[in-house]
Ligand binder design. Structure first.
Ligand code: ASP
Length: 307
């Protein structure tokens, strides 16, 4: 059984990054996510992936991504298995590839992998027969986060065409920023990265991306502002001027009137964003989390060839 959304067969058996996906492919994932949201509410497609075993291998901490992939897989009838890295043979020194091949031999068909090394998902796709979905690799990519952000923004604005998202904070260490840039530019939105110079270094070379190193320049005219936390686990050392970049209601007034605020989570309230702003009327943070399950249902169905 397959779910019919879009024209033609989906040809990719992995989702490793957003880079390289066409606008039609991105649109198709978003359309299928909308269908999956309704299906979940109406308890449809509950045996779509009943032949699949989805392995969750999270070598880095995760709340939203891991939980929503598990719920997405279960909503479509797949069996799930959680590697629980800390209690696995990883602590006995087993390599990533050996661990993944073991999962494959035990019957896992689709792997959701989060890993601290950029390129880990590509390695998994190259060295195993598993279908691989990247749940975040180092500073490289976090494709399903970008997809759920795109869906959230599109639903807030009706269309992404010309919408300006300012991504503010530790952009340089952020896989979320990189995947959002690829995704949103392809879908017709505008992207600006903003922060202390060390946190946006190198992005001026990215075609189509605006770079701002002053708060006013970063926020002025933005329809949506996404705050990013300092990626301390990737060696980020917050520059001294970082407090001047904390997003609050007053600073948001520099942005376009009615501008919305986003955050991929986890938020460090009072550090990169105030609690009032994160929980206030401008915030789409809850909607981002809600959109995680249907987006991941769509991705799991597509890579399995069921949609
Ligand atoms: N949850 C996102 C990620 O895994 C953002 C973050 O951790 O700051 O990249």
């Amino acid at each position: 059984m397959t779910v019919a959304v879009g024209i033609g067969a989906w040809s990719r058996r992995h989702l490793l990054d957003v880079e390289g996906l066409t606008r039609d492919e991105l649109e198709r994932i978003l359309a299928l996510a909308v269908e999956m949201r309704a299906a979940r509410a109406e308890r449809r497609h509950r045996s779509l992936l009943e032949a699949e075993v989805v392995g969750l291998a999270f070598y880095e901490a995760s709340t939203r991504t891991r939980v929503s992939f598990e719920l997405a897989a279960k909503a479509l009838g797949a069996t799930t298995v959680d590697l629980s890295v800390a209690g696995s043979s990883v602590v006995k020194g087993e390599s990533l590839v050996d661990t993944l091949r073991t999962l494959e031999r035990t019957g896992v068909t689709t792997l959701v992998l989060r890993h601290g090394s950029s390129g880990a998902a590509h390695l998994a796709a190259r060295t195993t027969g598993l279908r691989v979905v990247n749940g975040g690799d180092g500073i490289h990519a976090h494709p399903t986060q970008a997809l759920l952000d795109a869906l959230t923004l599109r639903e807030a604005f009706g269309s992404l065409e010309g919408v300006l998202l300012a991504i503010v904070g530790d952009v340089v260490h952020s896989r979320v920023a990189r995947s959002n840039i690829h995704c949103l530019l392809t879908l017709g939105a505008r992207v600006r990265v903003a922060g202390p110079p060390a946190w946006v270094a190198g992005f001026e070379a990215w075609p189509g991306v605006e770079v701002a190193t002053r708060l006013e320049d970063g926020l002025r005219g933005a329809d949506a502002v996404m705050a990013l936390r300092a990626q301390l686990e990737r060696g980020a050392s917050p520059p001294p001027e970082v407090a001047a970049w904390r997003l609050d209601e007053e600073r948001m007034r520099i942005a376009a009137s009615g501008a919305v605020v986003m955050h991929p989570g986890p938020t460090n309230e009072g550090v990169e964003i105030t609690a009032d702003l994160a929980n206030g009327p401008r915030s789409l943070i809850g909607r981002q989390v809600e959109n995680g399950v249907p987006v991941r249902m769509a991705v799991l169905a597509l890579v399995a060839g069921a949609a």
